[in-house]
Design a protein around this ligand. Structure first.
Ligand SMILES: Cc1cc2nc3c(=O)[nH]c(=O)nc-3n(C[C@H](O)[C@H](O)[C@H](O)COP(=O)(O)O)c2cc1C
Length: 496
């Protein structure tokens, strides 16, 4: 445990009342830190354009214990005020400012971890020093596998530079007033992943999040996360190491299964949280609590955005495009609604709602609120035609079961929040959504075996089963591309 001591108070003037410096927070490390923030088990993942304040508040209402910010770009955050203002909303500094909730607010947004991508320890430190006043820990993204991360040289593309990773983490460990944490992907073998994890922890990471997929598992090739790697880390790292497991969560039951199978301290979930924010509800919750009505969820979510944007009880007014862009929670509304409503939009008869949402402009929030009225109407009409019964729910839940990734896909009605299940790589090849690379085609035409990555026996076995299991995909391309475009345009604004 590292302790930061307060500087001695000097008060030579006997007339003035001695002013105590604000007590410096005790800097805790590892498990002591984890326990100090309430030992969170259900964690909202860092998600560009998606784990912003409104979404975190909603997820916490549905039992999330902790949440990460979207990934922020350390250098831009350190150097440019507009980017900082877009990325984080600060506490009001005077009584005249509206009392809106803000990022890291004690009553509504803790525990809260701010994530950065970086490849320069000094940029990272400068960014983290500003961020540390708004959160419980600063996280380093070592998992992003996207092209923009390759180009910008961050995320999973630092894997080949352990010395740089060590320096990035260790600088924060030594210099920050709050702990540093890190999020990694697994490597090709368990032994290599363990060595990597040890290095990250030795550098000073207080919590290690392990996404059980490799760097090349992205887009249509995402496949399943391998929980056995996380279990291996749990068994080979000291018990005081805090591990969050990430990957393969579709249903509430998967959270418990993941904790059991991996032995991790907490489970982080990204994509399913976006499709069903109630994914973190406990096993004892009812069917209705685990799969809330989508119109109810949309209403609750929009109410949060409304309060954050206009202030509780204030009228909704049309914002200028400039003011609109200042409200991070408002700019994410459309993409959140598209995800929440994906099962509704699969039905042809409701394409008109999808089209209206597509055309809606975020700065006219009233248009979006009208859409929620329409949604409520169609769900109510459906329920009059086919009222739900607890027996039906029992029937649906009978399908549940099987550990984690082997659990069956449940037939949740379209008017309830539900995960998005994508085709397996095999199905994606078959329906043309994914094509073999030139290398793979050449290999196939020469009759040689497809190039295989180096695997240990256990993962080779689990790989061979992969085609028959359900598949989950993270980081939808369009979203990431949008986020990347934003970063790229910020980059060019800054450099220009
Ligand atoms: C929309 C979206 C944005 C993401 N952005 C980030 C990010 O900013 N930082 C990060 O470390 N991972 C990001 N990820 C990856 C997730 O945090 C997570 O590691 C991955 O999706 C696997 O978890 P899942 O199976 O629960 O989706 C993102 C994922 C999604 C779906």
């Amino acid at each position: 445990m590292t302790m930061t001591t307060a500087p001695p108070t000097t008060s030579p003037d006997p007339v003035s009342v001695p002013v105590e410096p604000p007590p410096k927070r005790l800097k805790l490390h590892g498990r002591a830190f984890y326990e100090s923030i309430g030992s969170p088990k259900r964690i909202v993942a860092p998600m560009v354009d998606a784990s912003e304040l409104a979404w975190r508040i909603l997820s916490r209402k549905y039992n999330a214990d902790a949440a990460y910010s979207p990934m922020l770009h350390a250098r831009l955050f350190a150097e440019t005020e507009p980017y900082r203002r877009q990325s984080l909303r600060y506490a009001p500094t005077s009584d005249t400012e509206p009392a809106l909730s803000y990022d890291g607010e004690p009553k509504s947004d803790r525990p809260f971890l701010i994530q950065f991508c970086a490849n320069d320890p000094q940029h990272l430190l400068a960014a983290a020093k500003t961020a540390q006043h708004h959160c419980d820990a600063v996280d380093l993204n070592l998992g992003c596998p996207q092209g923009i991360a390759r180009k910008g040289h961050y995320g999973a593309f630092l894997q080949e530079q352990p010395d740089l990773i060590y320096k990035l983490i260790n600088t924060l460990h030594k210099e920050l007033d709050i702990p540093v944490t890190a999020k990694i992907r697994i490597l090709d073998t368990k032994a290599k992943t363990l060595e990597y994890a040890k290095m990250v922890l030795d550098a000073g990471a207080s919590i290690l999040t392990v996404h059980g997929r490799r760097r090349d598992q992205k887009s249509h090739n995402t496949g399943l996360a391998d929980w056995s790697y996380i279990r291996y880390l749990r068994e080979n790292l000291p018990p005081e190491t805090v591990i969050f497991a990430n990957g393969n969560i579709l249903y509430n039951a998967d959270v418990e299964a993941c904790l059991e199978v991996t032995g991790a301290d907490g489970v982080m979930c990204a994509e399913t949280n976006l499709y069903n924010p109630a994914v973190f509800m406990p096993p004892t919750a009812s069917f209705e609590e685990k799969f809330p009505r989508v119109d109810v969820m949309v209403r609750q979510y929009l109410q949060i955005v409304r309060d954050l944007t206009f202030g509780e009880g204030n009228p909704v007014v049309e914002l200028s495009k400039e003011r609109y862009r200042e409200h991070a929670s408002l700019t994410c509304v459309k993409s959140h609604l598209f995800r929440l409503l994906h099962a509704v939009f699969n039905k042809k008869e409701y394409h008109y709602i999808r089209n209206t949402l597509g055309k809606a402009t975020g700065h006219r929030f009233n248009e979006i609120l009208e859409l929620a009225d329409e949604l409520e109407k169609v769900v109510e009409e459906q329920l009059k035609l086919t009222p739900e019964t607890p027996e039906q729910w029992d029937e649906i839940m009978k399908e549940a079961g099987g550990p984690g990734a082997d659990a069956k896909i449940l037939r949740i009605p379209w008017w309830r929040c539900q995960p998005y299940v994508r085709p397996t790589p095999q199905q994606a090849y078959e329906n043309g959504a994914m094509q073999k690379s030139k290398k793979e085609l050449n290999a196939a035409s020469k009759g040689s075996k497809e190039p295989k990555r180096e695997l240990d026996a256990e993962s080779a076995a689990s790989d061979s089963k992969e085609g028959t299991k359900r598949q989950k995909v993270e980081e939808p391309q369009s979203e990431q591309i949008k986020a990347n475009d934003q970063l790229a345009s910020l980059e060019s604004n800054v450099s220009g």
